[in-house]
Design a protein around this ligand. Structure first.
Ligand SMILES: Nc1ncnc2c1ncn2[C@@H]1O[C@H](COP(=O)(O)OP(=O)(O)OP(=O)(O)O)[C@@H](O)[C@H]1O
Ligand SMILES: [Mg+2]
Length: 235
């Protein structure tokens, strides 16, 4: 079996010494996207932020054969990790095209190829090519944030709550695009909306108040909905 793309061992995340994620182990094999499920405050975002070097961690993080736990965020990005945080951060004053172009540090020809691919994935962005990002709807801004991350051609995409605050129909469009991305880029997806998340990833972790309480298949979670129920969290 080939080595996992990402492997964490004894990884914890804390803010000013206050733990948000207790030491946990898991690994992600290239091509097998995983979703992190859990209620408000479970530690999903903290885990993603720790992996990206945006929150303090202890423990080991091995990515694509190298130990990255001590690397800066920029170096982790250079090694092939991209992060789309909650809240659709885009450059509001720049056009859609400019937002995408500045995210690809490659030659003009390759940049154009990636832009074409982004527009093929998100036709709504192609239609707004020269509009400023602030003029886009919330769903389109989320699409732009994802498309920006993909301009770097990451090996691993860390995606935080893509459906948050979106109308169901728009959230479905965004999830459909992520499912298409997952066909050739590995995604580690944090979501509260389990049914949407499990359309993208066949494997899931469940966090409960900073602890990893389940690791298994989407099918098993569908069979055991109590895993995600408030009653379980309170037990
Ligand atoms: N910047 C921060 N400083 C201090 N504590 C934080 C910070 N961010 C999160 N926390 C705490 O860490 C814990 C985990 O929060 P986190 O945001 O990772 O959960 P989450 O699963 O992403 O929740 P949500 O579904 O609401 O996004 C919570 O107790 C939260 O209060
Ligand atoms: Mg969160």
């Amino acid at each position: 079996m080939s080595a996992p793309l990402l492997s964490v061992s004894g990884l914890s995340v804390a803010y000013g010494g206050v733990p948000a994620v207790e030491p946990l182990d898991f690994s992600v094999v290239a091509g097998n996207s995983i979703t992190i499920l859990g209620a408000n405050g479970a530690g999903k975002s903290s885990l993603l932020r720790g992996l990206m070097g945006l929150a303090a961690t202890t423990g080991k993080i091995t990515f694509d054969g190298i130990e990255i736990a001590k690397l800066t965020t920029a170096d982790r990005a250079r090694h092939g990790i991209a992060f789309v945080p909650e809240g659709r951060r885009v450059f509001a004053g720049m056009s859609v095209r400019e937002n995408l172009e500045v995210a690809a540090h490659v030659n003009t020809q390759e940049r154009q190829r990636r832009l074409d691919a982004a527009y093929a994935l998100f036709p709504q962005l192609a239609a707004r090519d020269s509009d400023a990002a602030w003029q886009l709807s919330g769903g389109q801004q989320q699409m732009l944030a994802i498309a920006r991350a993909m301009m770097a051609r990451p090996k691993l995409l860390l995606m935080d709550e893509p459906s948050l605050g979106l109308a169901p129909a728009i959230a479905k469009d965004v999830v459909g695009a992520l499912a298409a991305i997952a066909a050739d880029t590995t995604i580690l997806l944090a979501e509260q909306n389990a049914s949407l998340a499990l359309e993208i990833a066949a494997h899931a972790l469940i966090l409960d108040r900073g602890r990893l309480i389940f690791e298994g298949s989407a099918d098993e979670i569908r069979r055991r909905p109590e895993l995600l129920s408030p009653a379980h969290a309170a037990s």
